[in-house]
Design a protein around this ligand. Structure first.
Ligand SMILES: Nc1ncnc2c1ncn2[C@@H]1O[C@H](COP(=O)(O)OP(=O)(O)OP(=O)(O)O)[C@@H](O)[C@H]1O
Length: 462
């Protein structure tokens, strides 16, 4: 919609459909609006319009045409033909237009205003007429702006009336369509009953189907009721079981609560024990720390001693090496001496065995056994034993020269001779055995003469 606003200088500004207008035109429009309000209050004091009255308030004031008529009567007394009071609505506007005719101002017909399509051109024409009249009749700009405002109010009112007429036309059309549809229904009802019968049959079929469905639904309902009862029983059983379980769980929970309380007490005791243990550990830690410090000090001392020992060991090693070299030299001398010693020993051995050979390779010794216990000591046959191995044996059974018989041995051991004495005389033969010479020692004599006794001791001693 495009609205035309009056101005104090007689010009007009155009407001676009989205309501945008230049800043300059808005300021001019405000000034014109305020001057219009001031003029209306001065002309008709009973209006008592507020200084910043909005355009809507201004329109509401002017909408019924009474204020327009009063204004025209005030500006041109006696121009309005009325008896002191105005009728509301279009009557006042018609009177206002008639007064304008008398004032030879251009006018318009109310019937033209009722047609909404030509309203815009009509008001454009009015605007132009107002411009022309203001130029021709030297009417003040204020007056022209008032008239323009009046025209705008009339425009608004007429547009509202046109909108109402449109709505009424739409309502009438809707009602007409309703009535037409009812008439069509009635015509179809009157046209024949066959369609109705078919409709009735189909309705009966529908009723039968509905009854069947009702029976099915009843059966399903009874089944559902039975299932519901079963479910109810099971739920009750489950509820009882849950109740029992809950009671058991409650008892168990109480037990667990008691156990937990006991555990809490135990935990507190443990906490106390832990505290005491931590104190002990702290004490032990302190003792260990002091011990470690002591040990570190001892270790440092040990390190120092080990260093001194190492120094001493090095010194000893040096001395040992010197001693070793010294003893090596000595050992070489000893080895040299040993070589000579071996030669001397060999020589000695050779000489020794030569002595043994000189003593005799075959030696015969005689040992006289002493009398055993229970033997008569007077019944001996030994008459004489010499130191050079001579032995004289007496035979009482023979007489003369044959009574005594002389035997010659390397040595004769008497009855009092000991085992050591016998061995000392045979020991050089044992050395000859060790020197690699072959030696044979055997005993000869009658039974019980002491061969085993002598040889045993000889073997043990050797
Ligand atoms: N010189 C001795 N001094 C003391 N007792 C001896 C001596 N020689 C032997 N006898 C004793 O004489 C007993 C007989 O000695 P032995 O058994 O050595 O004789 P024997 O010659 O070996 O006899 P046989 O040929 O029967 O074996 C033993 O009881 C032994 O102890």
């Amino acid at each position: 919609m495009i609205s035309v606003y009056g101005r104090s200088d007689g010009s007009s500004s155009i407001l676009t459909s989205n309501g945008s207008e230049s800043r300059e035109s808005i300021d001019d429009n405000k000034q014109g609006h305020q001057s219009l309000v001031e003029w209306l209050n001065e002309t008709l004091p009973y209006l008592n319009l507020p200084w910043e009255a909005s355009e809507e308030e201004l329109r509401a004031c002017l909408v019924d045409g009474t204020v327009l008529c009063n204004l025209l009567n005030q500006l041109s007394p006696g121009s309005m033909r009325m008896g002191g009071s105005f009728e509301p609505g279009c009557v006042n506007i018609e009177r206002f237009l008639a007064a304008m005719d008398e004032m030879t101002l251009p006018r318009f017909e109310v019937s033209d205003l009722e047609q909404n399509t030509s309203t815009r051109s009509l008001f454009d024409m009015l605007d132009r007429l107002l411009d022309e009249s203001s130029q021709k009749m030297n009417v003040s700009h204020v007056y022209v702006s008032i008239l323009r405002g009046i025209v705008q109010v009339v425009e608004q009112r007429i547009s509202n009336q046109a909108e109402n007429l449109k709505n009424q036309n739409i309502l009438f059309r809707v009602r007409e369509e309703k009535y037409r549809s009812r008439i069509n229904v009635l015509e179809t009802l009157a046209s024949g009953t066959t369609d109705e019968n078919e409709l009735i049959r189909s309705e009966e079929k529908d009723v039968l189907q509905i009854e069947k469905e009702k029976e099915r639904s009843n059966a399903e309902l009874s089944k559902l009721k039975q299932e519901l009862e079963i479910v109810k029983e099971t739920h009750e059983k489950q509820f009882l079981e849950l109740k029992l379980n809950a009671q058991k769980a409650k008892v168990e929970l109480e037990k667990q609560l008691k156990n937990s309380e006991l555990r809490v007490v135990e935990a507190k005791e443990l906490e106390k024990l832990c505290e005491t243990k931590t104190k002990r550990w702290e004490k032990k830690e302190q003792t260990y720390k002091s011990f470690i410090n002591h040990q570190t000090e001892a270790l440092q001392e040990l390190k120092a001693t080990s260093m001194s020992l190492k120094h001493d060991v090095l010194k000893i090693g040096e001395n040992y090496f010197q001693d070793l070299t010294y003893y090596g030299i000595k050992l070489r001398g000893v080895a040299h001496a040993a070589k000579n010693y071996q030669i001397i020993i060999e020589e000695n051995r050779r000489l020794y065995n030569e002595v043994q050979e000189l003593k005799g390779n075959i030696r015969v010794y005689c040992r006289i056994r002493p009398f055993l216990q229970g033997q008569n000591k007077k019944q001996t046959s030994i008459e004489y034993t010499g130191e050079n191995g001579e032995l004289v044996v007496a035979n009482p059974l023979k007489q003369g020269k044959d009574t005594y018989r002389l035997f010659k041995f390397n040595k004769v051991f008497g009855p009092e001779s000991t085992q050591e004495e016998v061995f000392l005389d045979t020991r050089p033969l044992i050395r000859s055995i060790l020197d690699g010479y072959n030696v044979c020692i055997f005993a000869y004599g009658q039974t019980g003469s002491g061969k085993t006794y002598t040889m045993k001791e000889f073997l043990v001693s050797s």
